[in-house]
Design a protein around this ligand. Structure first.
Ligand SMILES: [Zn+2]
Length: 136
């Protein structure tokens, strides 16, 4: 298998197709084929950086060919993405650079089921179901 392939940002002619695919995810299409190898659907993760504006960064990556893209300062239109790092305030440091080491970790979280499909807009919060209730 190709498990030795390093995570890379999408590059060259692949950059725009990957950004387009990530945009589809943001629009609510969560089964988007990898624009490069087409052998896997893209996995994704959203982290909200600006709680006031409700914007954040969406990462999308292919677990097969390991190409990565991210869309900064986007708005998920009410979709509630699972985010185990919601309360980490210095998460922004991870946003810099290529994002590749970050995605290696995110992919593990996806496999573990800690990140994945969001809840649709308008659903009631079910945060007490299988995660710790937020303290306030
Ligand atoms: Zn691929």
């Amino acid at each position: 298998m190709s498990s030795d392939v390093e995570w890379r940002e999408s590059y060259g002619g692949l950059k725009l197709p990957f950004m387009g695919a990530a945009g589809k995810i943001l629009d609510g299409n969560f089964h988007v084929d990898c624009p490069n190898c087409r052998k896997s659907t893209l996995r994704f993760y959203y982290h909200e950086f600006n709680k006031g504006e409700g914007t954040g960064t969406l990462w999308a990556w292919c677990p097969n060919c390991r190409l990565v893209t991210h869309l900064p300062r986007v708005e998920p239109q009410g979709w509630r993405f699972p985010d185990p790092f919601r309360d980490i305030s210095d998460f922004g440091e991870l946003e810099g650079g290529s994002g590749a080491p970050l995605v290696a970790r995110l992919d593990e979280l996806w496999v573990q089921g800690k990140i994945g499909l969001p809840e649709p807009p308008g659903t009631r919060s079910r945060e007490s179901k299988n995660s710790k209730p937020p303290r306030r």
